[in-house]
Design a protein around this ligand. Structure first.
Ligand SMILES: Cc1cc2nc3c(=O)[nH]c(=O)nc-3n(C[C@H](O)[C@H](O)[C@H](O)COP(=O)(O)OP(=O)(O)OC[C@H]3O[C@@H](n4cnc5c(N)ncnc54)[C@H](O)[C@@H]3O)c2cc1C
Length: 416
């Protein structure tokens, strides 16, 4: 079988890997000159298997007015004359209820645990160098109310198989001494020992190396703009690109935030809208000042991960249009967060600022599975969890394209 994977972000590369492992003839297309050069480039690096609860929940509603009014809030909204933006927000608000949030959490946990199994199998199978660590994660709360609801969520997630424990401030610092500066603000934290972290860009390049160095290598075609999908009698007969028409038996569309534009002419709507986020890659100058365990500041929505010699810091969710342009004010705010949390970690002379567009759906669930076109498959909308979920969604799509039933149920992830 010939398969074309459209898009070489972490979603496309992971799917290409499983298609290749299944023995198919695989070609990956991307407009950039390498893999993972857009949203998968410098994200938070968290393999956040037990922290999948969606942003859309009832607890978010009272936070929205302050978030909208304060310029340094973790979530920022700049209204545009764009119906897609408003529709996304309305659908997001409609999803902010307990029943939807619980259902989404349950489905995402199942997918994330499957992804964790696949990641562990992958690193057992291949020698890979992507600053991968199995170091666990501490989600730190600085507000009593949020800590109490985190403990309730922990109890709920325990029933779904997540192993977590609540820690008081003293126990937090014992576990992660670099939290010393933050300690006076900490109310408590949830510790998940089974969380991993790694560098997504390096991960994608390592997977590419594996798939291109063995027998039946995957072909990567870079600098190719995908312009149009060509439907024909309930199937796709090809894709029109800047380098001519390309054909295959199966097509997996993994185009991140660009997916809606290519799908719209086919009458397919995926509710993906870009949520802009920022990261810093800070060289660690004081080993004791930088956390070894991945840390999330729950209130400020900032994540910290040790990736090799760097501390990767990521945060912010800006609903502010489609342009991936860095706003200096947001970078300054992220720097202030690090200075408040881990002032000794780095000397702040090299910031490595970056921004990326999360391909977010209102409910927080990726869109995975078939379309009305029998040989067109979707692998999009991974939002804030693309690195975490990419192996699971990639494996599922390779199974579907190969005519096998996926290992996890797809309810909640398919096109309506
Ligand atoms: C600040 C930030 C922090 C994050 N932190 C984490 C984290 O800690 N853990 C986690 O799991 N996730 C995290 N994420 C989310 C994660 O980065 C994304 O979910 C993931 O990168 C999405 O991958 P993708 O392959 O769907 O999209 P992309 O990586 O954007 O890939 C899409 C590809 O399609 C190509 N493309 C698009 N249109 C065309 C076209 N017309 N022709 C040719 N090629 C095209 C692009 O060039 C691109 O390479 C974070 C995101 C951000 C922004």
């Amino acid at each position: 079988m010939k398969a074309l994977v459209l898009g070489a972000g972490v979603a496309g590369v992971a799917c290409a890997y499983y298609l290749w492992r299944d023995g198919h003839e695989v070609t990956v297309l991307d407009r950039n000159e390498g893999v993972a050069l857009e949203t998968s480039f410098a994200n938070g690096g968290q393999l956040s298997y037990s922290y999948v609860a969606p942003l859309a929940s009832p607890s978010v509603i009272p936070k929205i007015p302050p978030w909208l009014l304060r310029r340094d809030s973790p979530l920022r909204f700049r209204p545009e004359l764009d119906w897609d933006q408003w529709r996304w927000i309305l659908e997001f608000l409609a999803a902010c209820n307990d029943a939807t949030a619980d259902r989404t959490t349950e489905r995402l946990l199942r997918l994330a645990f499957y992804s964790r199994d696949l990641m562990h199998e992958l690193v057992r199978t291949h020698e890979m160098d992507f600053d991968y660590v199995q170091n666990g994660k501490l989600v730190v709360h600085t507000n009593r109310q949020s800590y109490e609801s985190a403990k309730r969520l922990m109890e709920y997630q325990r029933t779904l198989g997540a192993e977590q424990r609540a820690l008081d401030p003293k126990a937090c610092v014992e576990l992660e001494p670099a939290l010393e500066h933050m300690a006076p603000r900490i109310t408590g934290a949830i510790h998940t020992p089974s969380e991993d972290a790694g560098d997504t860009y390096k991960f994608c390049n390592e997977l590419k190396r594996i798939m291109t160095s063995g027998p039946n290598p995957v072909a990567y075609r870079f600098g190719v703009e995908i312009e149009r999908l060509l439907p024909w009698h309930g199937r796709l007969m090809g894709v029109e690109t800047s380098h001519g028409v390309m054909e295959a038996d199966h097509y997996v569309l993994a185009l991140g935030t660009n997916a809606p534009y290519l799908l719209k002419p086919l009458g397919i709507r995926v509710p993906v809208y870009p949520l802009k986020g920022y990261s810093l890659s800070l060289p660690v100058t004081d080993e004791r000042g930088a956390p070894r365990i991945s840390v999330t500041d729950f209130k400020r929505k900032v994540v910290y991960a040790r990736l090799g010699d760097d501390l990767r810091v990521a945060g912010m969710a800006d609903i502010s249009g489609r342009r991936a342009v860095i706003d200096g004010e947001r970078v300054d705010q992220l720097v202030t967060e690090v200075k408040n949390a881990f002032p000794d970690a780095t000397d702040f002379r090299k910031l490595g600022p970056w921004c990326g567009m999360r391909p977010a759906t209102p409910r927080g669930t990726p869109v995975v599975g078939g379309t009305p076109h029998a040989n067109l498959w979707l692998d999009v909308g991974h939002g804030a969890l693309g690195f975490t979920l990419a192996l699971a969604t990639g494996r599922i799509l390779a199974d579907l394209a190969g005519g096998r039933a996926p290992r996890v149920p797809l309810d909640g992830f398919t096109l309506h």
